[in-house]
Design a binder for this molecule. Structure first.
Ligand SMILES: Nc1nc2c(ncn2[C@@H]2O[C@H](COP(=O)(O)OP(=O)(O)OP(=O)(O)O)[C@@H](O)[C@H]2O)c(=O)[nH]1
Ligand SMILES: [Mg+2]
Length: 460
């Protein structure tokens, strides 16, 4: 056992609920709770079997009955933390929960830090870091698809893949090291010949995995989608139509929206964070100027831009200026107000909108919205509907580690091409192995680990 002390915290949200749970984990979990628990069957918790539920009362050391509870007793190592764990099911409500928690602390436990239970699960080797991050993602999941991606990661989809890649590397490293230590086993053929192909295949696989990073991140965090365009083209009307509610103010006065209006939209499980922005134009109005600046930064930060054009008004010079600002982004051109008739000719489309998908809509009549939703979804999954079942890279930390591994591997391949001796390959192979290990949390520095766990809520 790694830890000397026993920790405790309220693991359910603060507030009033049917039940509230206090979790206790550590060597002394059973004996500490035993001091303050009177079982209805008169038994001591020390004599009760593992993974059982016992009914009784929490009684303070001064003899006062604090709550009627169910005690869930789980002996390590088959527990979340691998330590002995007790969960006290109290009546939900901040007063009884805090009173019972205080009694547990008085009896010898220490108040847990944020994420400390999960940290113990990790440090006691029950889960790896990719799985820790998955737990965090499960708590914060925005849609069912983000949830199933996170559950897949918790089940070890990613971890398993990484171990396979590490196994391949270990075997190659072992072969090289044998040939360095026992050159007499080497025949005339240079040893690198037999694993160059393997390394190339591995590099290709890692690059495939890397491709999932952007999709994975968007499914986890939501696709930041900026709705931009000239004043009055119908940006706020589009936001409202997509959300099916009157979230943003719509008027026929240009310059209605000043601040960025944010909302979540779920399209077939993919979360979109919609940003309705101020219409971009030159203006003397100080408040509006700030709004316009914010619109411009929204374009920079967005994963996806919906650029709105008033189809009835046709393409104006002001639109062309905005067009220049969205170049290089994932963009969908949305021609609005088609109910009034369109003045955008095929020639204009050909000349100015040939680098992105075009969708014709009427926000007012709610026409064309289905096509728009499909186009938005396609940008994310690019026809790959099975994202949730694969191993996916879902955050920046994992992505960076994977890119480093690919870099080291490419160095090895380059060295082989240059005909360098095998002992020169070993270092980069070891590096590649180490970087892969980072994804699942091997050899991570303590401060990174602490920072990661501090993002959890108390009691998790
Ligand atoms: N006919 C028609 N009118 C529309 C359509 N969409 C929006 N409008 C009208 O256009 C005007 C401006 O709409 P908004 O949604 O406020 O436009 P906006 O782009 O958000 O404008 P700013 O916030 O000022 O930049 C309103 O009078 C809307 O009713 C449409 O599809 N057809
Ligand atoms: Mg608006």
């Amino acid at each position: 056992m790694l830890f000397e002390d026993t920790i405790a915290a309220i693991s359910t949200p603060i507030g009033v609920g049917g039940i509230g749970i206090i979790r206790v984990s550590g060597k002394e979990a059973i004996s500490i709770v035993d001091k303050i628990f009177k079982a209805a069957n008169k038994k001591s918790l020390k004599d009760i079997g593992s993974h059982t539920i016992t009914y009784g009362h929490i009684v303070s050391q001064s003899g006062k009955v604090l709550d009627e509870v169910l005690i869930m007793l789980m002996k390590g190592p088959k527990t979340f933390t691998r330590e002995d764990v007790i969960e006290i099911n109290c009546h939900g409500g901040p007063i009884p929960l805090n009173a019972v928690l205080m009694e547990v602390i008085n009896a010898g436990a220490r108040l847990a830090d944020s994420g400390e239970f999960t940290k113990r699960a990790f440090l006691n080797g029950r889960i790896d870091l990719a799985q820790v991050e998955a737990i965090m993602d499960i708590i914060e999941a925005k849609t069912e698809l983000s949830l199933s991606q996170a559950v897949g990661q918790l089940e070890g989809n990613l971890s398993k893949k990484i171990r396979e890649y590490q196994d391949t590397l270990i075997q190659i490293i072992a072969r090289i090291e044998v040939s360095i230590d026992y050159p007499e086993y080497d025949d005339d053929e240079p040893i690198t010949n037999d694993f160059e192909a393997e390394l190339r295949a591995l590099s290709a696989e890692l690059n495939e995995l890397l491709k999932t990073a952007d999709t994975g991140k968007m499914i986890r965090d939501g696709v930041k989608t900026a709705i931009v365009g000239r004043p009055n083209v119908g940006k706020s009307s589009l936001l409202n139509a997509l959300l099916e509610e009157n979230k943003a103010i719509v008027t026929d006065i240009p310059g209605t929206t000043r601040d960025v209006v944010e909302a979540y939209l779920n399209i077939d499980g993919i979360p979109f964070q919609l940003l309705d922005t101020a219409g971009i134009r030159e203006t003397e109005d100080v408040v509006e100027q700030i709004g316009v600046e914010r619109s411009k930064s929204s374009i920079e930060e967005a994963d996806l831009v919906l650029m709105l054009v008033d189809a009835h008004a046709g393409l104006l010079d002001k639109d062309k200026e905005i067009l220049a600002q969205v170049k290089g982004k994932h963009v969908i051109y949305v021609f609005n107000k088609n109910d009034l008739g369109s003045n955008i000719t095929p020639e204009i489309t050909q000349e100015h909108f040939n680098d992105g998908k075009i969708i014709n809509i009427s926000a007012k009549e709610q026409d064309g919205l289905k096509d728009l939703r499909n186009a938005m979804k396609e940008i994310v999954i690019k026809g790959n509907a099975t994202v949730s079942n694969q191993a996916t890279i879902s955050n920046q930390r994992q992505k960076q580690a994977l890119m480093n591994a690919i870099k080291s591997l490419d160095k090895v391949i380059e060295a082989i091409e240059m005909g360098l001796p095998e002992d020169c390959l070993a270092i980069d192979l070891h590096d590649a192995f180490g970087h892969l290990g980072m994804i699942v949390g091997e050899s991570l520095k303590e401060e990174i680990i602490n920072q990661l766990f501090s993002r959890f809520c108390l009691g998790k």
